[in-house]
Write a protein that binds this ligand. Structure first.
Ligand SMILES: Cc1ncc(COP(=O)(O)O)c(C=O)c1O
Length: 396
């Protein structure tokens, strides 16, 4: 082990090192876990949307590749951030972080000590894999799904099982349990990225009731505010009931704050402690206060949330009609700001290249479905620009 590697491992707390060694991590995998929780180069590679972001801002480029919101932070959030800028010579003079946690607790009906905030939920997601998987405790995910958990598991040498979605594109929870009845972590993304499809709460409950003792179910609800069933379709009640469940949320989607980097997770305090163990909790506490203030002010802006959902449903409907008229198969029903379309005779990669030449950014390929592209639903103008580009690409 080089001096540099020894230094990286030293960033782990003693408790964190003992925990990793006792769970079968080799020194090499411990190094990787240290890099992952230390926010080094690994963290960027773990964020699938950021890793694929095209740099620069070409004039008129239509950015519908990364599932970002089509518009910026909500007005109350932007105001709260602006109002606190003048106090940013202090670390957190008005306890904004605590205020955000109190707001989340009241909104989601979970106790305050069941909540941790992060610079985006991706961070919590990667850490949950370090905390609950190991070279002997695997990960089970759907396929296709959001990649972070799988990338993190691969990075630390944990075995991975990827299970196809059901015919109606929900997570096949029975097949997921059968794929590895002794896994450390079962990852459910609902609505699922990239398909936008939901997994019924009853299926999440089934998995939680039948999974092996000591394992966790992580429910990623990054897109939940876009869904028509919200708030009756979340799994937060399982956290409040003390189950082995972690729920991930982000302000990067409907709240339009991807660049402000705020997310949170909810779970039992003993589970949350495991996410903090390896770096002594630093990252969850050191967050920019304008971002925290914006998050708190946005979370309860219910009218604005409803308005954005309505706008999405309209523009997504318009996009569906466009594909339907051209007899293209779609993955339906999507409940989020994304829609998958099957080109059938072209690969997603070929179409990404063809659209890039028209100044339209499309998503990366999801290898389980090589001819299907995830289209992020942008603004009405974005989608009209996409339709114009489509006509050029298809007639070329
Ligand atoms: C399903 C899902 N989970 C988590 C994230 C992470 O978001 P962030 O780190 O920006 O909070 C994303 C981002 O695209 C996502 O699609």
């Amino acid at each position: 082990m080089t001096l540099w590697e020894t230094g990286v491992i030293r960033t782990l707390t003693d408790e964190g090192k003992d925990d990793l060694l006792s769970r079968g991590y080799s020194r090499r995998h411990m190094l990787r876990a240290a890099m992952l929780v230390g926010g080094g180069a690994a963290a960027i590679a773990m964020h699938p949307e950021m890793a694929f972001a095209a740099p620069g801002a070409a004039p008129g480029r239509i950015r519908i590749a990364l599932n970002e919101c089509w518009t910026g932070p909500m007005a109350p959030g932007a105001k709260a951030a602006a109002d606190i800028i003048s106090q940013c010579n202090r670390y957190d003079p008005t306890e904004v972080r605590v205020k955000l946690i109190k707001t989340i607790a009241a909104q989601e009906k979970v106790p305050e000590d069941h909540i941790l905030v992060w610079p985006g939920s991706n961070e919590a997601l990667a850490r949950s894999v370090v905390a609950f998987c190991s070279p002997t405790k695997g990960l089970v995910t759907a396929d296709p799904t959001y990649e972070t958990a799988g990338t993190a598991a691969n990075y630390i040498g944990a075995p991975i099982k990827r299970v196809a979605l059901t015919k109606d594109y929900s997570h096949d929870v029975k097949a997921m349990l059968a794929a590895n009845p002794k896994a450390g972590l079962y990852y459910i993304c609902t609505p699922n990225n990239p398909s936008g499809t939901m997994t019924p709460v009853a299926d999440v409950e089934w998995l939680v009731a039948n999974k092996p003792a000591g394992s966790v179910v992580v429910v990623d609800e990054a897109y939940i505010h876009f869904t028509s069933g919200y708030p009756n379709n979340t799994s937060t009640h399982l956290v409040a009931a003390g189950k082995d469940v972690l729920i991930m949320r982000t302000f990067s989607k409907i709240f339009g704050m991807a660049g402000m980097r705020v997310g949170f997770c909810m779970g039992r305090p003993d589970m949350l402690k495991k996410l903090l163990m390896h770096d002594g909790g630093a990252l969850s506490h050191d967050l920019p206060i304008p971002s925290l203030a914006a998050a708190a002010a946005s979370l309860t802006a219910h009218d604005l949330i409803d308005q954005r959902r309505k706008e999405l449903v309209e523009v997504r409907g318009m996009t569906q009609d466009f594909f339907k008229k051209r007899n293209l198969r779609m993955i339906l029903p999507t409940e989020a700001n994304m829609l998958m379309v099957d080109w059938k005779t072209k690969t997603a990669h070929e179409m990404q290249t063809a659209f890039a030449a028209q100044n339209v950014e499309l998503a990366r390929t999801f290898p389980a479905w090589p001819t299907v592209t995830r289209i992020t639903i942008g603004s009405r103008a974005d989608m009209e620009g996409f339709f114009a580009a489509f006509n050029k690409v298809v007639s070329a």
